[in-house]
Design a protein around this ligand. Structure first.
Ligand SMILES: C[S@@+](CC[C@H](N)C(=O)[O-])C[C@H]1O[C@@H](n2cnc3c(N)ncnc32)[C@H](O)[C@@H]1O
Length: 322
């Protein structure tokens, strides 16, 4: 038996002999993925609500900037680490799904926990450039496998996942309701969910400076399009979008906020890596960066340029276990 249907179709990587043995011994992965071939056809026909412009810009420039330590250790990188340290696992957790896994940050951070608990990590990511980096990182004998997919199209069987984790990806979907329904489909009734996403007022002051710089480069309509790329929701709106979870799960949506100061260069490292869709249509990106520096320095103080973060932790716990 081949452990991964993806390899046969050339979408995935070949596993080393060690990884195959481990995967086969651990769980029959093939049973998890039979929907994959059909999903690939849908995605290639464009019959999907995954935002292709977002995915493309992550694939091109975002992927390269993403692995920069400054992106990982400052602001959102730091907040993601803090979030992941608090994520708890149950003894029965075996298959953990990370949606919008990017270059594999969750697996980088939780590698030891996966190994010591014998858990299998499945990463789903729509941007080819990000996928490629994650696949290269976890090419060999590792408990992690990464596949093409999205919140809207998770290439896994119904009720096949014990836990869903996602960091800073859910706000890129065009419909939270659709994403929630698809997550509900693959999550076991006894499962759990921990999602970290940005909230409505995230970077409100910082965003004003971005819009001021964008006005020199984009039309009003283009600015409005970039402004609506990200789902900016309150905890209440998020709770309502997860209606499909309410019967079987207790859902808690908590909001947190912090102000993080940094130099222009500090901020640009993470911003360029994480916000490429916002500048995708700007032709003269160098000129835009110098205009942005001017606008951001206007809001700076002796502590540096502030970024007022606001983020949500969506925590879903099975009523069955409670
Ligand atoms: C800011 S990165 C976060 C990556 C990773 N989770 C991390 O914390 O480092 C956002 C990721 O979401 C992905 N993404 C965008 N739209 C998506 C969608 N509809 N479904 C799943 N992932 C999506 C992007 O391609 C990108 O890799």
């Amino acid at each position: 038996m081949e452990p991964l249907v993806f390899s046969r179709k050339g979408h995935g990587r070949e596993l080393s002999a060690g990884a195959q043995r481990r995967t086969q011994a651990f769980l029959n992965v093939e049973n998890l993925f039979p929907r994959h071939n059909r999903l690939m056809v849908e995605m290639s026909q464009g019959n999907t609500s995954t935002r292709q412009s977002t995915v493309q810009s992550y694939s091109e420039s975002g992927a390269k900037a993403y692995e920069d330590p400054m992106n990982k250790e400052f602001l959102y990188g730091e907040l993601t680490r803090r979030f992941l340290k608090q994520v708890e696992f149950q003894p029965n957790d075996k298959v953990i799904l990370d949606i919008g896994c990017g270059t594999g940050f969750v697996f980088d951070e939780l590698g030891d926990a996966f190994l010591s608990r014998g858990m299998q990590g499945v990463g789903i990511e729509p941007a080819a450039g990000m996928l490629e980096i994650a696949r290269r990182k976890y090419a060999d004998d590792s408990p992690f496998t990464v596949f093409e997919g999205s919140f809207e199209h998770i290439p896994l069987e119904n009720r096949s996942v014990d836990k869903i984790i996602s960091t800073l990806a859910l706000h890129w979907v065009s419909s939270l309701e659709v994403a929630a329904q698809e997550m509900r489909r693959v999550l076991k009734k006894s499962g759990s969910l921990d999602i970290f996403m940005i909230a409505k007022d995230d970077g409100a002051q910082f965003k004003k400076a971005i819009v001021a710089a964008q006005r020199k480069h984009l039309t009003f309509a283009q600015i409005m399009t970039t402004a609506t790329l990200v789902q900016r929701v309150t905890p209440k709106e998020c709770h309502a979008a997860f209606q499909s979870f309410h019967d079987d799960f207790d859902l808690q949506v908590e909001m947190f906020s912090d102000v993080v100061y940094g130099s222009f260069d500090d901020h640009m490292k993470w911003w360029k890596a994480r916000s490429t869709p916002v500048i995708a249509e700007i032709e003269d990106k160098d000129r835009f960066m110098s205009d942005l520096r001017e606008e951001l320095e206007k809001i700076g103080s002796d502590k540096g340029i502030p970024f007022d973060t606001a983020y949500l932790w969506i925590k879903g716990r099975s009523k069955k276990n409670g």
